[in-house]
Structures are given as structure tokens and as C-alpha cells.
Design a protein. Structure first.
Length: 162
């Protein structure tokens, strides 16, 4: 079986070794691909395990499990600059379907080394993708239930953060 991370490699030679032991991820891109693959395979425990400890992912397990419950369609890795000793970045687009519509999560993820292995710590949407309403004060921000959600998920506000 080809790996769900869209690497065009067999799963048993790509993400499976990292799913079995996250220490096998030598680069941030490998961990990011394995995390995406874990979403496809509904491997919630791996996703939680590969968060940085400061994120306290165990306490957010239910929300993380819910976020994985989409139909993940494909992954495009856009940029993987060489990591420094303890920090690396991966920009990607992850496409998913929900309620018959396709959405795109575009993120620049940050990974840091903790106890000698890569962990996901946070991510930002590239600036050209940030909703302009985020730069307004709360008093001036008007969000309709059918407007796109401010979080950038591509979903309607009422179906996402509303």
C-alpha cells in the first residue's frame, strides 16, 4: 500500500516506522508527514504523542480526536527549509472533505526537538491567507453565521468556531 502522506513510497517504508516509534523521524518533514498519515488512519494516539509537552495535548485529547474525524484527501508539502539543531519548519496544504465539500488547511508548522526527538509545537497560516477580519478590533468585527470561519479552516463560521 502506498503511504497516505502522498510520498509515493510504501507505507511500511515511509510513515509506519515513525508511527511505531516517533524517534525514527530524523527531520521535521518526516514527522509532519507521519502526523498527516495518522489523521488519515485515525491514529489519534500518535498525533497526541508527537505534540511538544508544553502543548499539553493529553488534556485536549477529545478535541484532537474530533479534528481528525474528517476525510483527509491529500497532502502537498510546499517548503521544508533545512532545520537548525533544535527547530524546523514545514509549510504544507492538507486537503480534506466534509459535508460533501473540500477544504484546505494551509499551515507553516513549527517543530522543535524535545529530549532528542522532533515534536510539533505550533503552526501559523501564511500571512497571505490570514482573514483580514483578524486585524480588526472585536468591537468592529462582524461575523455572520455563513461567513468563512476566522480560523482559516475554510468552513462556515457556524460549522466551525461559531
Amino acid at each position: 500500500m502506498l503511504c497516505p502522506c502522498c510520498s509515493q513510497q510504501p507505507y511500511d517504508q515511509c510513515c509506519q516506522p515513525i508511527h511505531q516509534n516517533p524517534l525514527n523521524a530524523q527531520l521535521p518533514e518526516q514527522l509532519m508527514r507521519a502526523r498527516y498519515c495518522a489523521h488519515v488512519l485515525d491514529n489519534v494516539e500518535f498525533v497526541i504523542q508527537t505534540y511538544h509537552s508544553s502543548c499539553q495535548a493529553e488534556q485536549e485529547a477529545e478535541a484532537i480526536a474530533q479534528s481528525i474525524k474528517s476525510e483527509w484527501v491529500r497532502l502537498e508539502v510546499l517548503d521544508t527549509p533545512a532545520p537548525s539543531d533544535n527547530e524546523g519548519f514545514v509549510e504544507f496544504k492538507a486537503y480534506f472533505s466534509e459535508d460533501g465539500k473540500q477544504y484546505c488547511l494551509h499551515e507553516r508548522s513549527r517543530f522543535v526537538k524535545e529530549d532528542g526527538h522532533w515534536c510539533y509545537i505550533d503552526g501559523v497560516m501564511p500571512e497571505d491567507k490570514i482573514d483580514p477580519r483578524l486585524t480588526q478590533t472585536i468591537a468592529n468585527t462582524k461575523i455572520g453565521r455563513n461567513d468563512p470561519c476566522l480560523c482559516g479552516s475554510g468552513k462556515k463560521f457556524k460549522k466551525c468556531c461559531g
